[in-house]
Design a protein around this ligand. Sequence first.
Ligand code: FAD
Length: 339
Amino acid sequence: MKADLKKGVWTLAEIRHGRIHETSHELLAWGRSLADKLGVRLASVVTAPVPQEDLRELVAFGADVVFVLDGAGKEGLETDLVSQGLAGLTRDYEPDVFIASATTAGRTIFSILYAELETGLTADCTGLDIDEATGMLLQTRPAIGGNVMATIKTPLRRPQMCTVRPRSKKPLGRDGVRQGEIVRESARLEGKASRLQILKTIADESQERPITEADVLVVGGRGMGQAKNFQLLERLAHLLGGQVGATRQAVDMGWAPYAAQIGLSGKTVSPRLYLSFGVSGAIQHIAGMSTAERVIAVNRDSEAPIFSVADLGIVGDVGEVLPALIAELEKRGGHIDGA
Ligand SMILES: Cc1cc2nc3c(=O)[nH]c(=O)nc-3n(C[C@H](O)[C@H](O)[C@H](O)COP(=O)(O)OP(=O)(O)OC[C@H]3O[C@@H](n4cnc5c(N)ncnc54)[C@H](O)[C@@H]3O)c2cc1C
């Protein structure tokens, strides 16, 4: 163990198919802002074998230290072994803060790890900060049915642990000349075998590409009126090289699949362009799209809350605006400036 690397802020790197997934870089952006406020080191912890270049990328995206935990599983899928291995590492190095992505892997590993370490865990945060007076981690997440945002502290136990929604922050700019330290540690598992057996992994093919990865999202709400009108959204998305997203109301009515739902109980998205039609802009929907770069909203109600987060608002009926927009784009061969 390297005693000089004790304490600090840690992030858990996410591994998919033997590579570091980009959510790990988003997590480093959160971690970097916390570590800078506390004036401490930022570490990323890797729990399965990945190429050396991926470890260097973690440094390029903000890590000061990369801990590689050897021997805790082949792909990071044996979550019981990974959690056990991480518990030993965490006890040795005593980080003040440890954060993971609120993905299936992050949630599973952290729910075992926090219990093992007898500390607290705030799941699914949308915001993190440091309390200037106490240096404590402020963990913000929707609460009470999504009607309020609660900020939670962990005053007594360490580390302060939470999972953070993917896409709730953009990665920092890559800095290829950043220097960092890579430290290898062996998982102390005393010959334990995993109780999990991975039979097979099945890709979610309900959408060609997850909406979380789309640059352009064309989003429909209840104001679209009926399922058939979602075909117009598909057409517009196709012209813009984007994908279709939906509100919970639209999903509940069967107009779009759950995989397309954006918001608190759906996906968090961060497209370059978010274009909505007949979406009111309820707080639970905004929670999933507030990091979109540019927002254009069409709604017939000039008081609709979506306009308060829109860069461009069009007060009008989707039945008129949407076909007109499609016709204009078709004339121009499917291109608008900036999209
Ligand atoms: C715990 C919890 C979790 C939730 N999670 C989510 C979530 O993940 N995602 C989500 O989206 N919601 C979620 N909701 C639901 C959320 O509160 C709203 O009910 C939902 O977002 C509203 O969807 P909407 O905008 O499609 O419908 P509405 O709120 O009914 O809005 C329809 C809008 O369309 C406009 N409109 C109607 N006709 C036309 C027309 N012809 N032309 C133009 N505009 C028109 C109306 O003016 C209105 O603003 C959640 C709620 C709770 C309590």
